[in-house]
Design a protein around this ligand. Structure first.
Ligand code: HEC
Ligand code: HEC
Length: 437
């Protein structure tokens, strides 16, 4: 496929359509040894980490490299989609993990492949939420300084509550009561766990973990002092422009548009199911829509950290996602905000308890998030992405709903207590959440 790494400048010279096309080729095409596939001397860790001795094999199903292309896993029902159980990935705690050649959950968490349709909207929603939460922290600190008294501030953005923080006059903050988001108040909407900030960051992690394709902006000479960090004989494998193209391609994937059933019985059942979804409490986490102020996707994003290209490191590039919102027929509110039907609050919740423990199957905390705590799965597209749950081991929507413990327990019990017919209505509603009609 593409052999020469693309620089940021070369990417900026391309039109949005050309960038997407280049990104699509990188996403769908299988990487080869000649392009730098494989990483004999480094691991899947997010922070560039050398192996103690060379890998025994060029491919490794567990700690990777485990696939030829992004699209080898993200392909159901079409490219950019989710994946069957066979595409599960084994993710380590993330930072300086050793290699592992066992399925033992002490060494890695097994995750199902989620779809990427509408991913640009998800990142934009998260960015706006972060800006608002951080402004609330700033305002509380200013008030504390002005009054000389501690200030207790509720954190609320897009009508989603993230607990409270206490700001002190000396500029410190108590975050013990902050919930569902990291203490830095950056909403991280990617990964089943909700621990990754941006498509750009995820792409660099995935390219290294799954393919041993190392991005210059993290593994290159500037950070590691080496142009060929994985010692496979290929320097500068993925250019900064390649990562830009992959990011723009994913951000521009069409959002799930939903589906209006032709069958009148199904349509009526789905309408009843939608009401039921609200009354039994599903919508408290799976928010039917979240309002988005601006559809302008800028790259690099505002909240990435060192190791991912940051705002200020490079001339920004902007792609307007409004045409995608229009094509999907998204509604707008009185303020002109797009109502994105993502069916999530982009918040993390404990989702297992002692009685209902199916989703409490991980042992490793990831990024300091407790093992039983996951991001509210976005339900748009869910009709086409079985199997379900973060491990992709639940066959049906019904099984996925019944697996909710922890904070989801009350709604789950209410669902289980419904009549068969009322439960069928909820499922009929979820079955209209198609990725593409
Ligand atoms: C071996 C299968 C596999 C391959 C190959 C793969 N992915 Fe994934 N992808 C996954 C799994 C599994 C998850 C969920 C990971 C998690 O929760 O930690 C995921 C999640 C993602 C997400 C987050 C989506 C969300 O909404 O949370 C993005 C973005 C992504 N992948 C991009 C890529 C890109 C870009 C590539 C190629 C460079 C790629 N993936 C290759 C399996 C794969
Ligand atoms: C406390 C918040 C919360 C409530 C309430 C809640 N959910 Fe969830 N839901 C989640 C979380 C978190 C996940 C991700 C679970 C996992 O994979 O670990 C999820 C996952 C799902 C999934 C699986 C999606 C997939 O792609 O794997 C479905 C379906 C679902 N929820 C439907 C419902 C329905 C229907 C209700 C009401 C009975 C409900 N949820 C109530 C938080 C909630």
């Amino acid at each position: 496929m593409v052999t020469e790494p693309l620089s940021r400048d070369a990417a900026l010279a391309l039109s949005a359509a050309e960038l997407r096309e280049h990104g699509a080729r990188l996403f769908a095409g299988k990487f080869t040894d000649a392009e730098g596939r494989g990483r004999p001397m480094s691991t899947q860790a997010i922070v560039p980490t050398k192996r103690r001795r060379a890998a025994r094999a060029a491919w490794q199903r567990l700690s990777g490299p485990d696939a030829g292309a992004c699209g080898s896993c993200h392909n159901e029902p079409v490219l950019g989609g989710a994946g069957d159980f066979a595409t599960n990935a084994f993710v380590s705690e993330g930072f300086t993990n050793p290699d592992f050649d066992t399925l033992d959950p002490q060494f890695s968490n097994e995750r199902g492949t989620n779809h990427l349709f509408g991913a640009g909207f998800i990142e934009l929603l998260a960015r706006e939420m972060t800006v608002e939460l951080q402004a609330q922290r700033r305002a509380a600190l200013n008030r504390a300084r002005a009054t000389g008294e501690p200030v207790k501030a509720p954190l609320l953005t897009k009508d989603v509550a993230f607990g409270t923080l206490i700001a002190f006059p000396d500029g410190t903050v108590d975050v013990a009561r902050v919930e569902g988001v990291d203490p830095d108040l950056v909403v991280r909407p990617f990964g089943q766990k909700g621990v990754i900030t941006s498509l750009r960051n995820f792409t660099i992690n995935a390219a290294n973990a799954h393919h041993g394709m190392q991005a210059v902006e993290r593994f290159g000479a500037r950070w590691t002092g080496e142009a060929d960090f994985d010692e496979d004989g290929v320097a500068d494998e993925l250019g900064t422009g390649d990562v830009t193209a992959l990011t723009v391609f994913q951000a521009s994937l069409p959002p799930p548009a939903g589906y209006e059933p032709e069958n009148p019985a199904w349509r009526a059942a789905a309408a009843r199911g939608a009401r039921r979804f609200e009354t039994i409490g599903c919508a408290s986490c799976h928010r039917p829509t979240l309002p988005l102020e601006s559809t302008l996707f800028t790259d690099p994003g505002p909240f990435d950290l060192a190791g991912t290209l940051r705002a200020g490191d490079a001339e920004p590039l902007a792609v307007d996602l409004a045409p995608l919102a229009e094509a999907a027929g998204f509604a707008r509110d009185e303020a002109g905000r797009w109502l994105i039907p993502v069916s999530s609050d982009l918040k993390r919740h404990p989702i297992a308890d002692e009685q209902v423990a199916a989703l409490g199957n991980e042992l490793l905390a990831q990024r300091f998030v407790a093992a039983d705590t996951f991001l509210t799965a976005e339900l748009w597209g869910v009709a086409d992405t079985a199997p379900y749950g973060h491990r992709g081991n639940l066959d049906t929507l019904d099984a996925a709903i019944r697996a909710h413990g922890g904070s989801g327990r009350k709604a789950r019990d209410a669902y289980a207590a419904l009549s068969d017919k009322a439960r069928d209505d909820v499922i009929a509603y979820l079955r209209t959440f198609r990725t593409a009609p």
